[in-house]
Structure formats: C-alpha cells, structure tokens
Design a protein around this ligand. Structure first.
Ligand code: FES
Length: 130
C-alpha cells in the first residue's frame, strides 16, 4: 500500500544539502509492519518497530521484491519473495550476497510524525530543483 508524502523542508550540512520529508502520522504504519511511501518520483519502504522507525529502498536487490511487505523481526527485515534478510538499521545483508540496502535516516518527531532525510542527489530532491 502506498501512502502519500506531505512536506519537504531543507537543512544544509557541510557540502551536501539534506531534505527532511514529513511522511505524516507514524501510527499509519502498524507496529511491526512496513509501508511504501511515494516521495516525489521515488518510492521508499518505511518500517515501524518497537525500536523506532526505519527507512530503506523499496525493492529487494535480489529480484526486486516489495520490501515494504517484509516480515519485520528483531533488527531485521525478511523479503516476502525469497526470504532474503537484511539488517533494518544498516541494510546489510544477512546470510547472502545480493547487496546492501540503501537506508535513509528516519525518526518520529514530537507530534508523532515520520521524518525521513534525503540528500541532494536523491531523485525527489533533484525533481524539486528542476
Ligand atoms: S526478491 Fe527479495 S529475496 Fe528474492
């Protein structure tokens, strides 16, 4: 299920510009599950766990499986297609060599909203500039 993206704000780090994207209320994602969000021209998978909120690329490096539909375990996600496992915080593959997931810094603000940080080379940011 794809959810919508509301707002983008920016902050500047030394040589890169980072953009904080507000994806809305974290409770839109049931605890222990993931959801796909469309952020401009890019899709990301966002997971809500007891340890916080995490964001990764949406497609599994193995054969493009929908990672937002992964099983969410203790510190890992398991792709629903062929069970490739990745560390949820780092995207590092567990027990296979199909590649490391791209991850995005994510947090929940005081209002309970999901904030995901993108960098200036991410597609959504490039689209905002053009
Ligand atoms: S597509 Fe994800 S494990 Fe095969």
């Amino acid at each position: 299920m794809a959810l919508v993206l509301p707002t983008i704000s920016s902050m500047t780090a030394s040589t890169r510009t980072r953009y904080v994207v507000n994806l809305g209320n974290a409770e839109l994602i049931p605890l222990g599950e993931g959801r796909e969000f469309q952020v401009g021209g890019m899709a990301i998978a966002v997971f809500r766990t007891r340890d916080g909120i995490f964001a990764t690329q949406v497609a599994c490096p193995h054969m493009g499986g929908p990672l937002a539909d992964s099983l969410v375990g203790a510190n890992v996600i398991v792709c629903p297609m062929h069970s490739c496992t990745y560390e949820i915080r780092t995207g590092v593959p567990v027990g296979h060599n199909y590649g490391t997931l791209r991850t995005f810094p994510a947090t929940i603000n005081l209002q309970g909203e999901i904030l995901v940080t993108l960098e200036d080379h991410d597609p959504v940011v490039m689209r905002e500039r053009s």
